[in-house]
Structure formats: C-alpha cells, structure tokens
Design a protein around this ligand. Sequence first.
Ligand code: LHQ
Length: 267
Amino acid sequence: MTTDVTTESSVLCEIGDGVAVITLNRPDKLNAFNEEMHLALRAALERAEADESVRALLLTGAGRGFCAGQDLGDRNVSGDVELDLGHTLETFYNPLIRKLRALPLPVICAVNGVAAGAGANIALACDIVLAARSAKFVQAFCRLGLVPDSGGTYSLPRLVGEARAKGLALLGEALSAEQAEDWGLIWRAVDDDGLIAEAGKLARHLATQPTAGLAKIKQAIQASLDNDLDAQLDLERDLQREAGRSADYREGVAAFMAKRAPVFQGH
Ligand code: LHQ
C-alpha cells in the first residue's frame, strides 16, 4: 500500500506498510552514481528516517543492474583538471555508508543485477542482502588503479576472510550471487523473478517487529567487529537494560504467556 512517492527521478522512494522502498533509478547507466543521484538518495534516506511509520528500509535498483558504482563519465580524467577522489568519498560515499550502518531500523538490499565498485560495497553495508541469482558482485576498483571504497576494505575481510577479500579486490572478477551466498558475503541468492516479492515480504515482516530492539541488535553486532569480549559483554548489558524497559519487551512476554500473536509498536 503506497502512501507517497518522491519526485527525484534518479532515486524513487515509496513508503507503505511500514517500509520505505528506495530504488536507484538511472537504469541506462546501470544506476551508476553522479552527484545528483547521491543528493537524491540522501534526501530519500532523510525522508524515510523522518517518517515515524517507517520501520524497515528496502534498497534496490531499477532495470537490469543494481548499481555500477561511480559514473565514470562524470569527471574529466584528461589530466587538465586536478582530481580529488577523496573529496568525493568524504562528501558522498562515506556519509552514505555511515548512514546505512547507523539507521535504527533494518536495511534490506535487493541486489537485482550487477553490483560493481562502490555499488557492490553499498549493498554489503546493508543489514540483510538478498541477490537475484543472475546478479554479480564485482570489486571493479583494481581495474582502474583504485582502492575498494564505500567500506569494502572493512566489510570484505570481515565477511569472507582475508584470502577471499584479497582475491576479490586484487582480481576484480565477478562473483555470482550463489557463490556470494556460499561464502557468507550475502544472506541469500533467490530466483530472479521472485527477488522483489521476497525482499518486500521480508521488509514488511521486519516492519512489524520490535524496531528499537532490532536497532540494538544491529548496533551490537556491528560493534562486535571492533570490541573485545569484555567491551561487548558490557555493551550487551547496557542495551539489554534499555531493551528490558521497552513496551515491546512487555508486549512480547505478555503475548507469549497468553499464547497470542504479539503486536509490537516498534519502541
Ligand atoms: C556505466 C558504468 C559506470 C558510467 C556501466 N559509469 N556508465 C569513487 C569515487 C570517485 C570516483 C571513482 O570511483 C569511486 C568508486 C567506484 O565505484 S570505482 C568503480 C566504478 N565502476 C566500475 O568500474 C564498473 C564499470 N562498469 C562495468 O565494469 C560494467 O559495466 C559492469 C560489469 C558493471 C556491467 O557490464 P555489462 O553488463 O556488460 O554492461 P555494460 O558494460 O555494457 O554497461 C551498460 C551501460 O552502462 C553502458 O552504456 P552504453 O551507453 O554503452 O549502453 C555502460 O557504459 C554503462 N555503465 N557502468 N560505472
């Protein structure tokens, strides 16, 4: 049930059933990013975050690709102009990755086709990644003399280990969705024609769950990548203390005891 649609053409945002569906929408460029698309995506994320009805976010791409990373036609590489790709990361990609990781609700990514360069790593920054069986993940940076960005050098070794991270990043070969699932890079590869339905179903399910509790789970698992056991145990104590004071915890227990389905408010 759609309640609204933004007008930015390079990024679509539909909100309904507790879910914001954000679609990258430059299909003739395989949804590669230019500045306008970055700004439109930022606006869509801000809108979703500000809408109290939104309790899950679904990111996907229009057309046959998910996202081919940076639009390589978007800047002058002739040598006449001094380039500062670090500025592009600082201004656009890094805030985007930080936002996806910090959003206090589950972010599902439906990788509908090829995910290359920053496009692959944006997908990997999401909480649950589903990919169409025909989709591929390409760490294309090495082919251009660049370094994996958008958190790739952080997420890859943590998800698949150093050997596979280096193989992917140094060779730039396409990894199939099924191999990505086997390696633990993504949650699941699904049939192409069922991807959006399955991702939507998952997002709508998550939107009925204890949102604040899910946000704490996300926070704790992300923190564990850098914490030692003592710090993590302390964090679990603090988060559980907060979670135990929530209305959703009371509802979950009451529903269990009464042998009825819980109705969570998200807080
Ligand atoms: C594209 C693109 C694209 C423009 C396909 N740009 N048009 C951050 C900071 C600042 C700068 C530098 O970069 C970064 C981070 C990065 O993301 S670097 C990595 C950038 N991305 C890539 O290197 C991937 C380039 N694309 C490809 O390797 C292939 O297109 C893939 C493997 C994604 C898909 O291959 P195919 O399925 O064979 O499609 P195609 O190559 O035929 O592309 C279809 C169209 O999309 C085509 O246009 P055309 O007018 O000929 O139909 C491409 O030119 C266009 N396209 N990627 N990144």
